[in-house]
Design a protein. Structure first.
Length: 149
């Protein structure tokens, strides 16, 4: 149950983050917005680790460190920059559902790289995500650029 609560809290944080970054993007470029958010996030994360998890900094394997570095590169600077650019171009209400397709990629990578199992619920959930994203970004539901900017 704790994992579900954390997941919901993360979703709420990302939703609020998308809205607040949309405000910032009215005044700043996606590159500067990404840089500022990364610096603030880094400082806060280091403080949390030093206060709550000081012993976690010692003794993890180099291979694990490399995986974390790869994740940090793909998710934070690149992913965040692309995320902010999308929000600036199409608005938070259209860009954010597109980001939910990350679930589809996670399913695919989990099956291919981690040998995770496929079941009916997984296929049904992935299909619903695809249909939802299609409905949101289709021309019939398109919000004019003037309303989004």
């Amino acid at each position: 149950m704790e994992g579900i609560i954390f997941g919901i809290c993360a979703a709420i944080s990302w939703a609020l983050g998308g809205v607040t970054v949309r405000i910032a993007l009215q005044y700043l470029s996606p590159v500067l917005t990404t840089a500022v958010s990364l610096i603030v996030g880094f400082v806060l994360t280091i403080l949390i680790v030093l206060i709550i998890y000081p012993n976690e900094l010692h003794g993890f394997e180099a291979s694990i460190f490399l995986w974390i570095c790869l994740y940090g590169t793909l998710n934070f600077p690149l992913g965040r920059f692309l995320n902010y650019s999308a929000i600036r171009l199409v608005g938070v209400s259209r860009a954010t559902p597109i980001f939910s397709t990350s679930t589809l990629f996670a399913i695919l990578y989990g099956i291919i790289l981690l040998d995770e199992s496929v079941n009916l619920q997984l296929i049904l959930g992935a299909t619903i995500i695809l249909v939802g994203v299609f409905l949101i970004v289709s021309d019939n539901n398109k919000v004019s650029d003037n309303n989004e900017k």
